[in-house]
Design a protein around this ligand. Structure first.
Ligand code: ST9
Ligand code: FAD
Length: 612
């Protein structure tokens, strides 16, 4: 039986009933992607995921890629290779590309909804298959030469990597020491050691294009310290003919010099890559401009959204597996029938199991809404671009939400998968007979890569709130206020949301205070740093509670209208219950969080390290 459990009904509900995405389908920049085609895409990919793509998730974990230190190559397990091929043959990856590169105009919201399915079934397939999407970026930012390279990346379906991290440069990308020298023919020679590179080496594709951050040497005005001194280079595994893309047979001097043994997501190869040790590693400067970090952030933004979606997807399938188990597992008597010989019941009868299931359901559905609401901001940006406009407001709201998608989804998913979904299985959850233990291991990485949660918290407060002068957060708060003022059902939960939003506002105001004093008292900023992760989680709670209540309101209206079949009735009743549960269990915490934020002082920073 497949581990894969999708929630297409909820995806459709969000896309079409909550966010009204039909409006964008079959029109403007998505002429071919009408509602029917979108439905077909969802149904067909769901089927592919349930059958060919999810099968190898378990096998890839038990039989991870094999590294040969002699040849410095990585062999991917056969089961995964078949799944990868099935995905590439299906052509669904083309939905991520523009028409110019053989794609199908598709609004981002639909793309992320569809990607949720793949990320539920087998997330590493997405990571290995992202080469054409990287090609899209090279096409967007590159010179005519880079555009040619980009076409080869798409047409020949090469793999690609994002290469930032080094042993001494993780969160602090600007500490990177990998260097680049320009050669007479205009190409660049790269030297250095990069660490933890996803898909850095494998045998799934004929070539791999590495997008490498390195510091140029000997060029006036560039290559200074920090992230701003980094440039972005396209460095292939194999040399190829620029015009045709045919491999010349010559190996470039970039090799996998180690493959990590990991806690989870084992089928995704995580490589140490050494550039230019002996043989030269040669590449091109992307766009012939020295704007490496800004260019790389196009990839990072997409990857942060992907990681949040992966986390949400894993919690959703974890919950649905737990639900199926709970409906079958008979243990103990109902709490109302204490007699020793009382009939035994399925564990769904126990209040604590109900608490756990509803906690998981509400959070999984809230995270889906957070992802898709963020994606609707991307829709606005996409639509504006197609019309030759810039939607600065949507860009800013998307920027604000990205660290929340990445940080909140990953933290909630990993914690609930371990503390609730696995727990439902009792001791059996600890066994490899069920997918939960693997889900927990596979989901932990989401809080780490693409910037740890701490980094997301810093990004959220300093860049997306302070530097933005609060414009985007005010836009979102304004939407929440408007919704509250419009009135509707769920009076008690609306009051909780109003209070929660006020608490978040107070937290932000409190955290802004120390910034004013920093000139005379630089250590005041520590008080902010002690609260940035807290704020990220609080804003996640606030936005998700609002979205869930919006969904609950729509569901309530359907119930009130009546005439529903049993399945729809159950679905909408579940939505209303989940919305109320989310608001009642998450929002009251915000008062405590605000108080804790205000109580922060410098004690912990002044404590000598030895006292820890
Ligand atoms: C990794 C990969 O972990 C794991 C999974 C791999 C999966 C692969 C498959 C993915 C598929 C994706 C395909 C997509 C293809 C592309 C499609 C697109 C069409 N937003 O604050 P400053 C920039 S990889 C935007 O001074 P510091 C900005 O240019 C490893 N830009 O930073 C800024 O200049 P300015 C991931 C941002 O103190 C400049 O950076 N590693 C943002 O110098 C400097 O900013 C990490 O994520 C932003 N939010 O450096 C590292 N922030 O200010 C985590 C910065 O003038 N560490 N920029 O605008 C950080 O993020 C640090 O905060 C830091 C600090 C490095 C940015
Ligand atoms: P560190 O930066 O050393 O952080 C250690 C701890 O200190 C963390 O808890 C962190 O939150 C905290 N910390 C660090 N700095 C700060 C700060 N300023 N404020 C507050 N707290 C801070 N990288 C790539 O370039 N490409 C990839 O494809 C890629 N794939 C990966 C795949 C896997 C499986 C793994 C494990 C990593 C991958 N990475 C990749 C690297 C990943 O992005 C980094 O591991 C991550 O950014 C954190 O860096 P680090 O591990 O060096 O931790």
């Amino acid at each position: 039986m497949t581990h894969y459990q999708s929630n297409l009904r909820d995806i459709r509900f969000n896309l079409f009933e909550v966010f009204g995405r039909d409006e964008l389908l079959g029109t403007g920049p998505a002429p071919e992607m009408d509602r029917d085609t979108a439905e077909t895409a969802l149904t067909e990919l769901d089927h592919l995921c349930r059958t060919k793509l999810s099968e190898s998730l378990i096998d890839g974990d038990r039989n991870p890629p094999v590294y040969d230190p002699e040849s410095k190559t990585v062999t991917i397990p056969e089961s995964f290779k078949m799944a990868y091929k099935a995905y590439m043959d299906s052509d669904w990856w083309r939905l991520e590309l523009t028409e110019e590169l053989g794609g199908v105009g598709t609004p981002p919201s639909l793309r992320w909804a569809i990607l949720e399915l793949l990320l539920t079934a087998n997330p590493a397939i997405y990571m290995y298959s992202a080469g054409p999407k990287f090609g899209q970026l090279a096409h967007q930012l590159g010179t005519e030469r880079d555009k040619k390279i980009a076409r080869h990346m798409v047409e020949r379906q090469w793999g690609a990597t994002m290469v930032l991290t080094e042993p001494d440069a993780g969160s602090d990308v600007g500490a990177g020491r990998t260097k680049a020298w320009q050669q007479e023919d205009g190409t660049w020679r790269i030297e250095g050691v990069k660490r933890f590179i996803t898909s850095g080496e494998h045998d799934l594709t004929e070539n791999i294009m590495h997008l490498v951050l390195a510091r140029p040497v000997g060029v006036e005005g560039v290559g200074g310290p920090g992230t701003k001194g980094l440039s972005l280079f396209l460095v292939p595994k194999y040399h190829f003919d620029l015009e045709t893309g045919e491999l010349t047979g010559e190996r470039n001097g970039v090799y996998a010099t180690n493959v990590e043994k990991k806690m989870g997501i084992k089928v995704s190869s995580t490589c140490e890559l050494t550039f230019g040790d002996g043989e030269p590693a040669v590449g091109w400067l992307l766009g012939e401009v020295h704007q490496g970090i800004a260019q790389m952030f196009h990839v990072i933004e997409h990857a942060r959204m992907m990681v949040g979606t992966k986390a949400m997807a894993t919690l959703s399938t974890g919950y649905l597996n737990a639900l199926a188990y709970a409906k079958e597992r008979v243990q103990g008597a109902d709490l109302t029938t204490p007699a020793k010989d009382a009939p035994r019941v399925t564990i769904t009868h126990h209040p604590d199991v109900r608490r756990s299931l509803m906690t998981q359901k509400a959070m999984a559905e809230a995270l889906r809404m957070l992802v898709l609401y963020t994606a609707t901001q991307q829709d606005k940006v996409w639509l504006a671009e197609a019309q030759g406009r810039v939607d600065e407001s949507a860009e800013a709201v998307n920027d604000l939400l990205l660290p929340i998608v990445k940080g909140y989804c990953s933290e909630q998913a990993w914690q609930l998968l371990g503390s609730e979904s696995l727990q439902i299985f009792g001791g059996s959850g600890f066994l490899q007979d069920y997918p939960l233990e693997q889900y927990v291991r596979d989901a932990k990485i989401d809080t780490l890569y693409e910037g740890t949660t701490a980094i997301q918290g810093l990004d959220l407060f300093f860049r997306k709130i302070v530097r933005d002068r609060g414009a985007a957060i005010q836009a979102v708060s304004g939407e929440i206020e408007e919704w509250l003022e419009a009135g509707g059902p769920f009076e008690a939960e609306r009051a909780l949301l109003a209070k929660g939003a006020e608490e978040c506002g107070m937290m932000i105001a409190h955290m802004s205070g120390p910034l004013m004093k920093m000139r005379e008292h630089p250590t005041e900023v520590y008080k902010v740093g002690l609260n940035t992760t807290r704020l990220l989680i609080a804003l996640g709670d606030m936005v998700c509670a609002w979205l869930m209540l919006r969904a609950g309101e729509i569901a309530q209206a359907k119930l009130d209208e009546g005439g529903l079949d049993q399945a729809d009735h159950n679905f909408y009743a579940g939505k209303v219950a989940a919305a109320k549960w989310f608001a009642r269990t998450r929002l009251p915490r915000l008062t405590a969080e605000r108080k804790m934020a205000q109580a922060v002082n410098l004690d912990v920073m002044e404590l000598p390290e030895a006292a820890f």
